[in-house]
Design a protein around this ligand. Structure first.
Ligand code: ATP
Ligand code: MG
Length: 439
């Protein structure tokens, strides 16, 4: 029997109900997290977006009608309670609500596919299948509240620094990050792709706005199933005119430190739920050259041929040598980097490129960008790419292309690193991988 909301409106969130309000009437809404029937008394834990409040029912004191309605309630029902606030030193936070009237607003069918109290632990696969119930677990909620805080901090930091927020297309005609990982889509009578990054759009936009950023979803048809790749991820992208790689690296590390300090300030309770002791890293983050990293790896028994990318096992080893550390890897061989990365003028085998790492995980990539048309054409040739596909971008070189630099940072990976989660799926609401398209 589901009731209408009618004229009931919330008077208090759970967190606003305190013993100081003893004797006052309140209307609260939320979901029943737990029911403990002790015979003469029943305790209901009601959760709303701000926390929990105890609803206490002394059976002999309530009407038969209310008692009957209460007997229908099961865990995860959405209900409204009108009641009297009562100070009670024995109740959690010293306060409880004594119901006068309730409304059943949404039922839940039992058995539930997942226990949202988290008392019966479940595997990640099971949790992701019943994701909406899983998200009601305190740990999951904590992750996404912190994620919200980080996103908010990043956005306000970049705006304060004078960057303009932009939205570039998701439907594109040419790849910026290598053809293999593109999702093809039918676009009326032609072929289009889902964007892997905003790269060539943000690079154009600096010729107008100079400093731009975007926080958005991008798509990669990653073939491999890993703990740090998804087919849909959120990227924080930044691009700036009249600067080089070092300038935008500085912005990046300051932004991360700002976000961490905001989380520490605003989300103490959530960090505690997750058992995470967030430390504010020192800036500047350490910078290692690609060559230094190769030497370090060789000492640790992992030989990488110069000019090759660093393999996953090598990254794993690197992670053990850089515990709890954000660090940059700079001066990458040009051939390991995308065509839009600028080769060094005096040594074109090396490039103005960097990766930001946390332990073994790549968090961001960036660099100074190619700013001359001739060099851009050479880079396309080196990487066997067809200049015709990039005409729209090549034209911009004819309209006054300044030196510029930027980066793309995986927001999901940053959260994963900060909260020390082993799997990126933990920090994404509805992750998309090869095997996960529902829910
Ligand atoms: P990786 O080598 O880890 O696959 P990448 O070098 O291909 O990453 P970039 O093109 O440098 O990725 O993208 C910038 C950032 O976006 C990465 O540093 C990473 O944080 C994030 N990112 C890229 N691909 C994915 C993905 N499939 N899932 C989640 N995050 C991703
Ligand atoms: Mg990269």
């Amino acid at each position: 029997m589901i009731e209408e909301l009618g004229d009931w409106r919330r008077t208090h969130y759970s967190k606003d109900i305190s013993s100081k309000l003893d004797g006052k009437e309140a209307i609260v809404f939320g979901w029943i997290e737990d029911i403990r029937d002790l015979g003469k008394i029943t305790f209901y834990t009601l959760r709303d977006k701000e926390g929990v409040i105890q609803i206490t029912v002394h059976k002999k004191n309530v009407s038969k009608k209310l008692l009957e309605k209460l007997s229908l309630i099961k865990r995860q029902y959405a209900i409204g309670v009108k009641g009297i606030i009562k100070a009670n030193p024995e109740a959690p936070k010293g306060v409880e609500l004594i119901p006068l009237e309730i409304k059943i607003l949404g039922e839940a069918i039992h058995p539930l596919p997942l226990d949202p109290t988290g008392r019966t632990p479940a595997e990640l696969d099971t949790r992701l299948k019943a994701r909406i119930l899983d998200l009601r677990r305190p740990e999951s909620r904590a992750i996404f509240l912190i994620r919200h805080e980080v996103t908010n901090a990043i956005r306000s930091f970049l705006i304060k620094k004078g960057y303009i927020e932009v939205h570039t297309p998701r439907i594109i005609s040419a790849a910026a990050e290598g053809g293999a990982a593109l999702f093809k889509i039918n676009y009326f009578d032609s072929q289009a792709y889902l964007a892997q990054s905003p790269e060539l759009y943000k690079e154009q936009l600096i010729t107008v706005f100079e400093k731009v950023f975007e926080i958005g979803t991008f798509f990669r048809a990653e073939e491999t199933h890993t703990r740090r790749h998804l087919n849909e991820f959120i990227s924080v992208d930044l691009e700036e005119a009249f600067v080089t790689m070092n300038d935008v690296m500085k912005v990046q590390e300051e932004m991360i430190v700002y976000a961490i300090s905001k989380v520490k300030e605003e989300r103490k309770e959530e960090l505690e739920i997750l058992g995470v002791n967030l430390e504010i890293p020192k800036i500047p983050f350490k910078r290692y050259t690609y060559d230094e990293i190769l030497k370090e790896l060789e000492k640790a028994g992992e030989k990488i041929e110069w000019g090759n990318d660093i393999s996953t096992p090598a990254y794993r080893k690197l992670g053990k040598l850089h515990l709890n550390e954000f660090y940059f890897i700079i001066d990458w061989p040009s051939k390991t980097r995308p065509f839009y990365i600028k080769p060094k003028e005096d040594n074109p085998g090396l490039s103005y490129a960097f990766d930001l790492m946390y332990e073994w995980i790549e968090i961001a990539s960036g660099g100074s960008r190619v700013d001359k048309k001739t060099v851009f054409l050479e880079r396309l040739k080196e990487q066997n790419l067809n200049p015709n596909s990039f005409k729209f971008y090549l034209d911009v070189f004819d309209y006054g292309m300044p030196p510029h630099a930027g980066w793309g940072l995986g927001l999901d990976r940053l959260i994963m690193a900060l909260l020390k989660r082993e799997n990126i799926r933990e920090v994404v609401l509805f992750p998309r991988d090869r095997f996960l398209l529902v829910p």
